[in-house]
Design a protein around this ligand. Structure first.
Ligand code: ATP
Length: 482
C-alpha cells in the first residue's frame, strides 16, 4: 500500500466525513442525539465488520489453540463479586463547585489554582493537585480544571473548588424479571473477559484441549464513563475483542511477550503506520488488582496518544476467584507431568470501536490536486468497506446492460458497489472518501469497440485498461500490490 504522508490533526475533519459518507452518525440524532453514543451507518458497519472479522481470523480461525465463544451480556451477579468489579470497578469522580461539572480526577492534567500569597491573590497553573496542595498547604482558594487529557477544548468555564474524589462504580445496573429490587439486580457486563473464565471448564471439557490454549470473544460492553468523548474513543456502550490465553504459570512471561508482539504486528499488518504506534508498559502503581504486568498498545490519535489494547498478565487471579465464589474447582491436571495447577492467563483486550477509529485516522488523507483538495481514506483493502465500485459513464441502456453484467460477475467475489448517479468526477470523489481501493469504469468504447474497461487506483489515481475477460485476474493482481 502506498504510504500515507498525511497526519490527521483535527478530529473534526474525520467526524464530518464520517457523517457525510454514512460511516458514523450521532445516535438518535433526530431527537438531538444522546451524548457520546454513536451509530455505524452503511459504510461504517462494513468497516467495523471487516476489522472484527480480521481479528477473529488472526486470533481464532487461523490458529489451532484458540476457541471462540459468544456469551450473554447479562451474567450471574456473583460473577462481578468474584471478579472484583462490584468492589473496585470505579473511577475517582470530582465535582467543580461553581459549575457542577464532573470530571475524572485522573484525567485532569492542567489545573488553574488560585492561592493567597502575601495577601495577594495569584493564579498558578499546575498538573498535580496534590503536589501543589503540599506546597501551599491551606492557602488554596480555588482549583479549577483547565483541561482534560481527552477533552482539551472544554475546560470548566468558571472558577470553583474541586470536591474530594469519590469512587463512582462504572457498571450499569438493570433488573431481571418484574421486581425492581436488590435480589433482581443484574449488570450490563463492563468487559467480555469474565465469560471466558466462567466457561473455562465447559471449553476445556468439550474441546479436550491441553494447556496452553485460549478462549476468545467479541461483543458489547458497557461502562458508565464519567468523561466519555473524542468521538468513538470513549463511549458508554462499545465493543471489545478479547482473548484469555491459559498457560502454565512457569511460561507466563514468554506468552505475555508473544501476545504483545502478535497484537502489534496485527495493527501494522492492516495498515497502521509504525510511527503512530507504541507499546507502553504500565507502572506498578497503575496495575489493576488482578494484574502482574500490563502493556498498552497506544496509537497517536489527533489529540494525543491513546490506548487501543491492553495485554495483561492476569495471573491465576480470575480462575481462583471464580473457584472460590462458585465452589467449582477450576484447576487443571497436567497429565504429562502428573501435576495440578491453576493456569495463568494472558489477556490481549482490544477495543473494536477504538481500532476502527485508529484505522480511520491513519487512513485519512488530503491531497492537493490542480483543481481541488482530494480527500481520501487510504484504508488497507481488507479493511475497506467497498473493494470495487462499478461506474458506467452513462445511463444509456447498452452501457447499463454491460455494466450490470460486470457487477454481477464481481459482486460474489468482492464487496462491490454499482453507482451510475452524478458525474464521474463526483463518483470518484465519493469512492475516494469511503476508501474504495479500485473503481472499474465502463465507457462506450467498452461496449462498442474493445470489450475493455478501465481500472482506477484510489491512491495513485492511475488508470489501466484491461480486457473484461481478464478483469478478475487484473483486480487480484492490483490488490496484491496495495
Ligand atoms: P481506559 O484506560 O481508556 O479507560 P481501560 O484500560 O479501562 O481503558 P480495558 O479494560 O483494558 O480498558 O479494555 C480493553 C479495551 O477496550 C481498551 O483498550 C479499549 O480499546 C476498549 N475500551 C475500554 N473502555 C472503552 C470505552 N469506554 N469506549 C470505547 N472503547 C473502550
Amino acid at each position: 500500500m502506498s504510504k500515507n504522508s498525511y497526519q490527521l490533526k483535527e478530529l473534526e475533519k474525520l467526524v464530518s466525513l464520517a457523517k457525510r459518507r454514512g460511516i458514523i452518525f450521532p445516535s438518535s440524532e433526530i431527537y438531538g442525539g444522546l451524548s457520546s453514543v454513536w451509530d455505524y451507518g452503511p459504510i461504517g458497519v462494513e468497516i467495523k465488520r471487516n476489522v472484527k472479522n480480521l481479528w477473529w481470523k488472526s486470533f481464532v480461525t487461523e490458529r489451532d489453540d484458540i476457541f471462540g465463544i459468544d456469551a450473554s451480556i447479562l451474567m450471574h451477579p456473583d460473577v462481578w463479586k468474584a471478579s472484583g468489579h462490584l468492589d473496585s470497578f470505579s473511577d475517582p469522580l470530582v465535582e467543580c463547585s461553581a459549575t457542577g461539572k464532573r470530571y475524572r480526577e485522573d484525567h485532569i492534567f492542567i489545573l488553574e489554582i488560585q492561592i493567597k500569597k502575601e495577601n495577594k491573590l495569584i493564579t498558578i497553573e499546575a498538573s498535580d493537585k496534590d503536589e501543589v496542595k503540599n506546597l501551599v498547604k491551606d492557602k488554596i482558594i480555588s482549583i479549577t480544571p483547565l483541561a482534560e487529557s481527552n477533552n482539551k477544548e472544554n475546560p470548566s468555564p468558571e472558577g470553583g473548588i474541586l470536591s474530594e474524589p469519590r469512587n463512582f462504580n462504572l457498571m450499569f445496573k438493570t433488573f431481571i424479571g418484574p421486581a425492581e429490587d436488590s435480589s433482581s439486580t443484574v449488570y450490563l457486563r463492563p468487559e467480555t473477559a469474565q465469560a471466558m473464565f466462567v466457561n473455562f471448564l465447559n471449553v476445556l471439557n468439550s474441546s479436550r484441549k491441553k494447556i496452553p490454549f485460549g478462549i476468545a470473544q467479541q461483543g458489547k460492553s458497557f461502562r458508565n464513563e464519567i468523561t466519555p468523548g473524542n468521538f468513538t474513543f470513549r463511549t458508554r456502550e462499545f465493543e471489545q475483542m478479547e482473548m484469555e490465553f491459559f498457560c502454565n504459570p512457569s511460561e507466563d512471561e514468554k506468552w505475555h511477550k508473544y501476545w504483545i508482539d502478535f497484537s502489534l504486528d496485527w495493527f501494522k499488518k492492516y495498515g497502521l503506520r509504525e510511527e503512530n504506534l507504541m507499546i507502553r508498559k504500565h507502572e506498578n502503581e497503575e496495575l489493576p488488582h488482578y494484574s502482574k504486568a500490563s502493556s498498552d498498545i497506544e496509537y497517536l490519535f489527533p489529540w494525543s496518544w491513546g490506548e487501543l489494547e491492553t495485554i495483561s498478565n492476569r495471573t491465576d487471579f480470575d480462575l481462583k476467584a471464580h473457584s472460590k465464589f462458585s465452589g467449582k474447582d477450576l484447576s487443571y491436571f497436567d497429565q504429562e507431568n502428573n501435576n495440578r495447577y491453576t493456569p495463568f492467563v494472558i489477556e490481549p483486550a482490544m477495543g473494536a470501536d477504538r481500532s476502527v477509529l485508529a484505522f480511520l485516522c491513519d487512513a485519512y488523507c488530503e491531497e492537493e490536486t490542480e483543481k481541488e483538495t482530494r480527500t481520501l481514506l487510504k484504508l488497507h483493502p481488507d479493511v475497506a468497506p467497498i473493494k470495487i465500485a462499478v461506474l458506467p459513464l452513462s445511463r444509456k441502456d447498452s452501457l447499463t446492460e454491460y455494466s450490470k453484467k460486470i457487477f454481477d460477475d464481481l459482486k460474489g467475489l468482492f464487496t462491490t458497489q454499482y453507482d451510475d448517479t452524478q458525474s464521474i468526477g463526483k463518483r470518484y470523489r465519493r469512492q475516494d472518501e469511503i476508501g474504495t481501493p479500485l473503481c472499474v469504469t465502463i465507457d462506450f468504447e467498452s461496449v462498442e469497440e474493445d470489450n475493455s474497461v478501465t481500472i482506477r487506483d484510489r491512491d495513485s489515481m492511475e488508470q489501466i485498461r484491461v480486457s473484461s475477460d481478464k478483469l478478475i485476474e487484473a483486480i487480484n493482481d492490483k490488490f496484491k500490490s496495495f
